[in-house]
Design a protein around this ligand. Structure first.
Ligand code: FES
Length: 158
């Protein structure tokens, strides 16, 4: 894997260990996940123990050690969303995409995640697609959004 971008990102933060989270976020933005070779490079340049670095990378849910899909779907399973129909949306999304939360479809088009609260309980149930929030969701609307992306092809946006 070409690591030029990784070195550039580390340089941008002057290889400071205090900027570790920002460095990891930038690397993930670049590659859509945290490649092992990139983490090794970060550990070596920041003079960190690789196990400690993996500890950080696996602690935060926003980081992924496996390639993610081109489109991310996040469903809230917090209490407010749960009582308003969240579980039905999750069931339908799992069926539609044929994956479980934390997984990516075989064609790398979608990744499915669940979180415990997105902080906008008043508009629950909530679904986030490619960073865009959709409130007062139901499984029919959720399926429509996914189908719209599928129709647009791999590069389509919601
Ligand atoms: S419980 Fe879903 S946004 Fe808070």
């Amino acid at each position: 894997m070409e690591l030029g971008a990784v070195n550039g990102i580390i340089d941008k933060y002057q290889a400071k260990i205090t900027s570790l989270i920002s460095i990891l976020h930038d690397i993930q933005d670049q590659y859509n996940y945290l490649p092992e070779t990139a983490l090794k490079k970060v550990a070596s340049r920041l003079q960190m123990d690789l196990n400690d670095l993996y500890g950080v990378a696996t602690f935060y849910k926003s980081f992924s050690l496996v390639p993610k899909g081109r489109h991310s779907i996040t469903l809230c399973r917090g209490t407010a969303c749960h009582v308003q129909g969240g579980p039905k949306i999750l069931r339908e999304m799992k069926k539609e995409l044929a994956i479980e939360p934390g997984q990516t479809t075989k064609d790398k088009n979608f990744s499915l995640e669940v979180v415990n609260c997105l902080g906008v309980c008043a508009i629950g149930p909530v679904m986030v697609v490619d960073g865009k929030f959709y409130g007062e969701m139901n499984w029919v609307k959720a399926k429509r959004i996914v189908e719209k992306i599928m129709k647009k092809g791999n590069g389509g946006r919601a």
